[in-house]
Design a protein around this ligand. Sequence first.
Ligand SMILES: Nc1ncnc2c1ncn2[C@@H]1O[C@H](COP(=O)(O)OP(=O)(O)O)[C@@H](O)[C@H]1O
Ligand SMILES: [Mg+2]
Length: 251
Amino acid sequence: MTTTGSTADGPPRLEVAGLTVTFGGLTALDDVGFTVADGETVALIGPNGAGKTTVFNAVCGLVRTRRGEVRVGGEPAPPSATGLLRAGVSRTLQGLGLFDRLTVLENVLVPLSGTRLTGDHLAAAHEVLAALGLGAVAAVRAGALPYPERKRVALARALVTRPRLLLLDEPAGGLGAADIDQLARTVRTVADGGCAVLLVEHHVDFVTDVADRVVVLDLGRVIACGTPGEVRRDPAVEEAYLGVPAGEVRP
Ligand SMILES: Nc1ncnc2c1ncn2[C@@H]1O[C@H](COP(=O)(O)OP(=O)(O)O)[C@@H](O)[C@H]1O
Ligand SMILES: [Mg+2]
């Protein structure tokens, strides 16, 4: 584990520097910078509207950046979905984004559908389904599954490409304690395999459990950065979270 985000043998997997994004007159991100190294899990937290999803969208080339840069493995982040796939970047969406009428297996194969489907692809899909406890429902329509399982299908779809950088937008959202524990184990396994993980999350216990470092955004700016323990004790963080609606856990 590292506290600086740099690795001994190369650039960080993800480097965001001076990132500024505006929507009309609204500055959604203002000079945001942080890194995520291979094998590291970084949590991006902050009140609603802080700019967390916009960071993900900027990394994936879905919003235009006004200033600053995003580098993946030392190279400018590719702007297209296929470029991101080649660069080893996967993300889950804040909503599930599943195809309810397709089976679980078909959903998981979607990221590979741009290429000719091979036996290796099928093997990878079955492997990730088994790892996430979804082997028995591979042939079931995704829409027929309960929410926690659909959430796992979305994660399986992000993992099937064996990403080097995994972006998870609120992976624990709507899950109960047992499912969150299982998710934490999965995230740790993925990071232990060398993948860099950036996650947006509200659940403080989950963040404390899985994150090596936490980056706190408020009104588009980074207001704190450190280990979960350091961030928890930061008065600026407490202040930013005052007025958070009930039901969202404060750091
Ligand atoms: N496509 C968009 N057009 C205009 N405003 C947007 C757009 N996306 C996000 N915003 C605004 O940018 C700010 C940050 O939003 P977002 O990144 O979704 O916050 P978070 O994920 O932290 O809740 C909010 O004020 C939001 O209303
Ligand atoms: Mg969001």
